[in-house]
Design a protein around this ligand. Structure first.
Ligand code: ARG
Length: 459
């Protein structure tokens, strides 16, 4: 394989060093973007007269033909190439001869590689945004079904107040909605063109960067050539948005794992998303959710790894920057696997409404409603809290449920209680009473659902 920099060298590269140096094993997935960027560059070289039009055309045609051949699998990237850029250029040589050597006029691999990467991540952001949207759609569909399903809401993993299952599921909708916004935002900032920065200092050729930006669909050109070739903020931002998304998915996965345990029994996962044990015949394990939780570790790791790679790099390009790609690709592959897998887990899950309601029995989760009742009758809430605390203690000592108390007993704690209080002590009444905007009452959840659907319909 012809090297792009052979002239200055007499000796051969050591095989081990070539292996260390090579990025082809992983950057091969950028071949489409590399060709796309080169077509735009060559077009601009022709349009500006830096290359004669017919030579530029020959390069562009050659690149297009090569793209077709690669897409159809009629040709493979040469395995001994140093990186994807070298590989594409050498294939172009084989097709159009020496004129291929003119493609690299007014360009460096330093501005080329980060252009490729931005083009790649731009598509990835779009794809992930769509995956998240589908996940959100699943949550909306489930929520629509479960507005009236009541379960304990938890704080400190202790029963706190009754809530609607729809409300619980929609909490994740909004986390994912912010994730979508973050990716959208990340896409905006990465959609700026580095090409034209050359190796680091710009070029003496009369290039037209704005034309290239237009051809590639970038919103702007990066204004500083040193920054253009050495900036990887966009990759850090992407990995950061991905890590936050993973954190959300992991929290949901953790709840699925808990809820699927016999102690909770809130959900039963489908056979298609669970696995068995080689020794314990009774087992049905929530592996998908566990892997989502586990793989979130990688997403964090990739973010931290890139930040660490970048922190000591002096301007401008340094080979350390080659380390960005495997981290990005691993995060992309991980998300494209766990997002649909967890979505399927939810879609096929059987939520056990009867069990959720049953565990609310005698759990004191309507105690706040009792205190609110007194407060509505004019008692300072602090005092009401104190009195209801005493009522709870009384019930615990007597071994009776809060909802089993009669008015006569309640009156011994406060004369403000009367018969209508009893109706408030059921989980359903408690849930229905929380009508504030963003609350768990069915009507509030319906309003939330309408807003959620509106957000999903936005581009
Ligand atoms: N393969 C390199 C990377 O991924 C791009 C090539 C830049 N190499 C160079 N010697 N300037 O960053």
């Amino acid at each position: 394989m012809r090297k792009l920099w052979g002239g200055r060298f007499q000796g051969e590269t050591d095989a081990l060093i070539a292996q260390l140096n090579s990025s082809l094993p992983f950057d091969r997935r950028l071949w489409r973007q590399d060709i796309q960027g080169s077509i735009a560059h060559a077009t601009m070289l022709g349009a500006t007269g830096i290359l004669p039009q017919e030579e530029a055309m020959k390069i562009v045609e050659g690149l297009k033909a090569l793209e077709q051949e690669l897409a159809e699998g009629r040709v493979a990237l040469p395995e001994d190439a140093e990186d994807v850029h070298t590989a594409i250029e050498s294939l172009l040589y084989e097709r159009i001869g020496d004129v291929a050597g003119k493609l690299h006029t007014a360009r460096s691999r330093n501005d080329q590689v980060t252009t490729d990467l931005r083009l790649y991540l731009r598509d990835v952001c779009d794809r992930l945004t769509e995956e998240i949207r589908e996940f959100q759609q699943t949550l909306v569909a489930l929520a629509e079904r479960e507005i009236q399903t009541v379960l304990p809401g938890f704080t400190h993993l202790q029963h706190a107040q009754p809530i609607s299952l729809a409300h619980h599921l929609l909490a994740y909708f909004w986390m994912l909605d912010r994730d979508r916004e973050r990716l959208h935002d990340c896409r905006k900032r990465l959609n700026r063109l580095p090409l034209g920065a050359g190796a680091l200092a710009g070029t003496s050729f009369p290039i037209d960067r704005r034309r290239v930006a237009e051809l590639l669909g970038f919103d702007a050109v990066l204004p500083n050539s040193l920054d253009a070739v050495s900036d990887r903020d966009f990759a850090v931002e992407f990995l950061s948005a991905a890590a936050i998304l993973g954190m959300h998915l992991s929290r949901l996965a953790e709840e699925i794992i808990l809820w699927n345990s016999p102690e909770f029994g809130f959900v039963e996962l489908d056979d298609s998303v669970t696995t068995g044990s080689s020794i314990m015949p009774q087992k049905k394990n929530p592996d998908v959710a566990e892997l989502v939780r586990g793989k979130t570790g990688r997403l964090y790791g990739n973010l931290l790894a890139l930040l660490t790679v970048l922190k000591g790099i002096p301007l401008a390009y340094n080979k350390d920057l080659q380390e960005d790609k495997e981290l990005l690709f691993d995060t992309v592959d991980t998300l494209l696997l766990i997002l649909p897998a967890l979505r399927r887990t939810l879609q096929t899950a059987r939520f056990r409404a009867e069990r959720m309601e049953a565990v609310l029995e005698g759990d004191f989760s309507t105690a706040t409603d009792l205190a609110d009742y007194l407060a509505r009758r004019g008692m300072p809430f602090r005092e009401a809290h104190e009195i209801v605390g005493r009522i709870v203690r009384y019930c615990l000592e007597k071994g009776i449920k809060l909802e089993a108390l009669d008015v006569a007993t309640l009156k011994t704690f406060s004369p403000l209680f009367d018969s209508e209080v009893l109706a408030l002590l059921t989980p359903r009444a408690s849930m229905a009473s929380r009508t504030s905007e963003g609350g768990t009452a069915p009507d509030a959840v319906r309003a939330q659902l309408a807003y959620a659907k509106q957000k999903l319909a936005e581009p």
